[in-house]
Design a protein. Structure first.
Length: 268
């Protein structure tokens, strides 16, 4: 294992979370968007020197997405006589990828926003966590190297996760990251100057406290990354409204922030 990455500062509680997850215990991270659930998983993979696999759930998540997915285009080509596409007719789902990766390397697998998927997906995950195996396209079960698999499940609590899955995992409620942690993550990943990021974080903290919107780290990062395309204060405002918040109740605050940011960008 490497040192825990400097860009994600740990609290006393998250230090314990790291120890549990590093032992191979599957964890369920709950909390509103913006509390750094996936950022924690990224930091964990860096700490463990592990491969990182990510899957975002939806209402349409199926067993195929998790285990083996049929590629209709490859099947069609195979049926026309192009036999070289036969092996490409099936693509591994995210859990199968984890099984295969675990044969040689540690892997952190993130099942993000499980609460958006139907409840039967919980049962599929529970079976995987009990056996650490996945079926291939022929129905043969392939076992993972259990000691190499680290599972992080996240939920925004749109629905209750199934009780058996909930009990199988270590549960941890995430709160918003300290401003210094968010600052360091955004600075390292965006390359934008510190004053601009501080102005953004001050604004985001205010709208979070006012419960206008739970702004995520990913939204802030996208906004900062796209700032390079801004050619005017108005462009900055459009980006704020497009990524951070477009609520009419904070229009004046958005306008003020865009002015401050544009000035900082020009002086950089």
């Amino acid at each position: 294992m490497k040192k825990w990455p400097n860009w994600y500062k740990l609290s006393s509680k998250t230090k314990l979370l790291v120890k549990v997850a590093a032992e191979g215990e599957p964890v369920i991270l709950t909390g509103p968007p913006g509390t750094g659930k996936t950022a924690f998983a990224e930091a964990l993979s860096e700490y463990l020197d592990a491969d990182y696999l990510y899957y975002l759930c939806s209402n349409w998540t199926t067993e195929e997405d998790l285990f083996v997915k049929l590629d209709p285009a490859a099947v069609a080509l195979t049926m026309t006589g192009k036999s070289e596409f036969a092996e490409k007719s099936y693509n591994p789902g995210v859990l199968m990828k984890a099984v295969l990766t675990s044969q040689e390397h540690k892997v952190v697998i993130v099942i993000d926003e499980l609460d958006k998927a139907q409840e039967h997906v919980d049962n599929l995950l529970l079976h995987f966590l009990d056996k650490f195996e996945a079926p291939d396209q022929y129905g043969h079960l392939i076992s993972a190297k259990k000691e190499n698999v680290h599972v992080v499940i996240t939920s925004n609590k749109l629905r209750e996760l199934s009780l058996p899955l909930y009990r199988r995992c270590f549960r941890f409620e995430m709160s918003y990251l300290d401003p210094e942690v968010e600052l360091e993550i955004l600075r390292q990943k965006s390359g934008v100057n510190t004053q601009v990021i501080k102005g953004l974080l001050k604004f985001v903290d205010a709208i979070r406290k006012a419960e206008v919107k739970s702004v995520s780290l990913n939204e802030m990062l996208k906004f900062l990354t796209m700032l390079k395309h801004a050619e005017s204060r108005a462009d900055v405002q459009v980006l704020i409204e497009g990524y951070i918040v477009d609520d009419a109740d904070v229009h004046d605050e958005v306008k003020k922030l865009s002015k401050v940011m544009w000035k900082a960008l020009k002086n950089n």
